[in-house]
Design a protein around this ligand. Structure first.
Ligand code: AMP
Ligand code: MG
Length: 358
């Protein structure tokens, strides 16, 4: 089917009490092979029936996603996985009891029941139970597992509102369910439990400390900040691609002393403005007053001391620079602790190696 022929529908649902008729209709569309975007607690997802190869292939076309970047399968409960995974490992029950529904994706062996495009030819599959009433109701109404990456054009910042989804995918998908802004604002943590020791392949909404409280020491894969892929094969193929990037180029400024970092950002902004460039600064509540905004745009992304506030508005802030027509974003880094680690990881990837240490 020619997906560019779509007039994408936009239906608003109350997350507190999702309209049953709308959810049933959206579920039927999914089951029948259409693409439906929906809110989750992390970011908006672009769903397809994970048992239908043609439907899943449509996700890759709509997003322009490389075919070897596998998708996360969303289910409504750990029990429903038993139908699709031959041997559900004991560690799954332990992690599910503590973290599901929630922003934790588990990479397991198996998954052959799903369309092969879901796993990108790997012998593992990534699964999670989202913690959002609209997402859960939709998966139940569909009656099938739902493969869903973030509902953005590949490489762009993930969408945290239905408006972001429409900006990227209008005309390419059947429907977007609008449940208001996604709460957490960053993606799930991807934890590989297919081997002997659990490894974080992508930091996300479930922080390392909380995983360690259940599992003991948890390693973080060395490639998570966008460097070279460790080992002989990429463990999480998605990590090798440019990600989370606004249209503007982004330069990340890091250092222990936030005042010194801000001074460096200001110097660079003035130099670029004098050169006639359209500049934006990404800063935090604590350092925002150091910028006068003369000739450049300032976006305050949250409180440095409360990284959850930064995670919640990070992607919307990156998109705002695009709406402002900014060419170069100068972004202050944040301490890599808790959700700060997730924000720092996304900023580094958006910077694609343009990091200045002060
Ligand atoms: P997205 O849904 O766009 O946020 O991306 C999903 C992430 O999960 C990507 O980084 C994928 O590479 C990763 N992923 C999905 N399936 C697997 C798998 N079987 N093994 C390792 N990583 C995976
Ligand atoms: Mg994504």
């Amino acid at each position: 089917m020619e997906r560019s022929a779509y007039k994408t529908r936009h239906l608003v649902v109350d997350p507190g009490q999702p309209d049953a008729a709308i959810i049933q209709e959206a579920g039927a569309l999914l089951r029948e092979g259409e693409l439906v975007a929906f809110p989750t607690e992390t970011v908006y997802g672009l769903g397809a029936n994970a048992l239908n190869a043609q439907a899943v292939a449509g996700i890759f076309v709509a997003k322009g996603r490389p075919a070897d970047n596998p998708l996360i399968v969303h289910v409504d409960s750990p029990r429903s996985l038993e139908r699709y995974i031959d041997q559900v490992p004991p560690i799954l029950a332990q992690l599910a009891a503590r973290f599901w529904p929630g922003p934790l994706t588990l990479v397991l062996r198996g998954g052959h029941a799903f369309a092969p495009v879901v796993t990108g030819g790997l012998d593992t599959v990534a699964v999670r139970v989202p913690d959002h009433p609209v997402a859960l109701a939709l998966i139940r109404a569909a009656g099938v597992p739902v493969a869903a990456p973030s509902a953005n054009v590949s490489g762009r910042p993930s969408p945290t509102t239905a408006a972001h989804v429409l900006d990227d995918l209008s005309g390419k998908i059947a429907l977007v369910l609008d449940g208001g802004p996604a709460g957490l604002g960053v993606e799930s943590t991807v934890l590989d439990v297919s081997g002997n020791c659990p490894v974080i392949l992508r930091p996300g909404g479930t922080i390392q400390r909380d995983l360690e409280a259940v599992l003991g020491e948890v390693k973080v894969a060395p490639d998570v900040d966008g460097g070279a892929i460790a080992g002989d094969r990429p463990r999480s193929p998605g990590m090798k691609y440019t990600h989370y990037a606004p249209r503007a180029s982004l330069v990340l400024f890091e250092g222990y002393d936030p005042g010194r970092v801000a001074a460096g950002v200001l110097d660079e902004a003035r130099r670029l403005v004098a050169d006639g460039r359209k500049v934006g600064i990404l800063t935090y509540r604590e350092t925002a007053s150091l910028y006068d905004g003369q000739g450049y745009s300032v976006v305050v992304v949250g409180k440095r001391s409360d990284p959850g506030t930064v995670a919640a508005s990070l992607y919307a802030s990156l998109r705002r620079f695009d709406y402002l027509g900014v060419e170069v974003i100068l972004a202050e880094g944040i301490a890599s602790d808790g959700l700060g680690m997730v924000v720092e990881n996304r900023l580094r990837r958006a910077a694609g190696g343009h990091v200045v240490t002060l």
